[in-house]
Design a binder for this molecule. Structure first.
Ligand code: SAH
Ligand code: F3S
Length: 443
């Protein structure tokens, strides 16, 4: 049987898409999966275009794959995902070894596209919009945790971002199709689902009749077998009091929220077209903190957006301290073709971006450490993921706030179990815990 090797770059949505594409190609037994590129007859690269660095990684990988193609001229190479949509011409020019280029809307037709390349013996390009299809093929053994895309695309048009171009209009999947998929995942052993959307908290407003994320979370909460529910990414602009209450009230929904701030300066937020001010963001944080005790907040920041001065950047650092994030991602602004910010004056030199990036990460580290220290001595619920990375004799799990806890399972605890531990030590990137319960540690 011919073999398929899949390489995934980028976000969780891409991981989900790769799984779907692999599922479709292996389902009818056309292909079997291999981990070894040299054994493959078809290699699919699922790509990311969010920053230039992500694109360069793909071109360098394609350069490496050229040698394999020389050894095995029958090898088919496909590029899918966001770069396919944005860089189709550059891919064909810089990497003529590529036989197939297709965007995420065409994943449902991957089998047919591969077949066409084989039959017609010429490169095929399929980019552009297509009807929304919920693909519910999944890996044979999906593990403990799974992503579920609940909506595609984005219509926010933040001036730095290519997603509206690469992933198209905002379209929600129907609750019925999402619930069907999660039930199937639960039957296969999945215990935690993360609902995915570029602006996941805008879910459902395009459906007839319209619905919202809070209603969807309530329905997912009713599915047997699922123990934890998370969702990303929420946009501050669409964050409602109803969703904040859902975070508090729906039992399986974890008390963790990823709420990208991007910048702490009102001037930059305006240039970014984010639709909120730092004051509005702080109001939301106050409401969140008041309503949802123990909530863990994380964020995304961009440093060096065009026109960002030292004062603007200081305002971002100030927000990191004020909000007290448990963790954050800081990105150096990357100029993306076709986006309004790419043409803005005041592009910031790379060395300034690098300096700001280092500084904000230092502050974030300090803030996050200060958040974990008070957890020492507290009892927390964790779901066990498997052996600890540091010490395979120990187990590792995550709290509802998504912090890693390593502990001794004393032979009593298994993967997927939800147990209580007492936090004995807070370290910069993980916690140590002791099992609480009969004959075990008392917190
Ligand atoms: N839908 C999400 C963002 C998806 S992109 C939201 O609403 O925020 C993930 C992150 O990549 C963004 O939050 C942003 O911080 C970063 N990003 C997007 N475009 C970027 C660019 N041109 N340069 C640097 N970082 C960027
Ligand atoms: Fe991008 Fe802004 Fe949408 S960051 S994904 S355009 S909310």
């Amino acid at each position: 049987m011919p073999k398929l090797h899949v390489i995934t770059y980028g976000c969780q949505m891409n991981e989900y898409d790769s799984e779907r594409a692999a599922g479709l190609l292996t389902q009818g037994s056309e292909y079997e999966l291999t981990d070894t590129p040299a054994d493959a007859d078809l290699i699919l690269l699922n790509t990311c275009a969010i920053r230039e660095k992500a694109e360069e990684k793909v071109f360098s990988k394609l350069g490496q794959l050229r040698a394999l193609k020389q050894q095995n001229p029958g090898l088919m190479i496909g590029v899918m995902g966001c770069m396919a949509q944005l860089q189709k011409d550059a891919i064909q020019k810089r990497a003529p070894i590529v036989d197939l280029v297709f965007g995420s809307p065409a994943i449902a037709r991957v089998g047919e596209l591969v077949e066409r390349v084989r039959r017609e013996r010429r490169p095929i390009l399929s980019v552009g919009e297509a009807p929304l299809v919920k693909l519910s093929t999944m890996r044979a053994r999906p593990g403990l945790k799974a992503f579920v895309t609940v909506m595609e695309g984005c219509e926010k048009h933040c001036t730095f971002c290519v997603v509206p171009v690469t992933r198209g209009r905002e379209r929600s999947h129907s609750p019925a199709s999402i619930l069907g998929e999660i039930r199937e995942l639960a039957r296969a052993g999945v215990r935690e689902v993360t609902l995915l959307g570029q602006t996941v908290n805008a879910y459902g407003r395009d459906l007839t009749p319209p619905t919202d994320l809070a209603a969807l979370l309530e329905m997912v909460n009713g599915i047997d077998g699922i123990r934890r529910i998370r969702f990303v990414t929420s946009n501050p602009y669409n964050l409602t009091s109803r969703l904040i209450r859902a975070l508090r009230d729906i039992p399986k929904v974890c008390e963790a929220l990823h709420l990208p701030l991007q910048s702490g300066s009102n001037r930059i937020l305006m240039l970014m077209n984010r639709g909120y001010t730092r004051e509005r963001y702080l109001e939301l944080i106050a409401e969140l903190r008041e309503t949802v005790p123990g909530l863990a907040l994380t964020t995304d920041l961009i440093v060096g957006f065009p026109g960002e001065t030292d004062e603007d950047f200081d305002q971002t650092v100030d927000m990191v301290e004020r909000v007290g994030y448990e963790g954050l991602f800081a990105f150096r602004y990357s100029r993306r073709p076709g986006t309004p910010a790419a043409a803005m004056p005041g592009q910031v030199p790379e060395d300034v971006k690098a300096r700001r990036n280092t500084r904000v990460l230092e502050v974030a580290e300090r803030v996050s450490a200060a958040k974990s220290r008070p957890l020492e001595g507290r009892e927390m619920e964790i779901m066990v993921d498997g052996a600890s990375k540091r010490d395979p004799r120990e187990l590792s799990g995550r709290t509802r706030c998504n912090r890693v806890v390593n502990f001794d399972g004393q032979g009593k605890v298994g993967v997927g179990d939800v147990v209580h531990v007492c936090i004995t030590q807070a370290m910069p990137h993980s916690l140590r815990g002791a099992l609480v319960g009969e004959g075990a540690h008392v917190c």
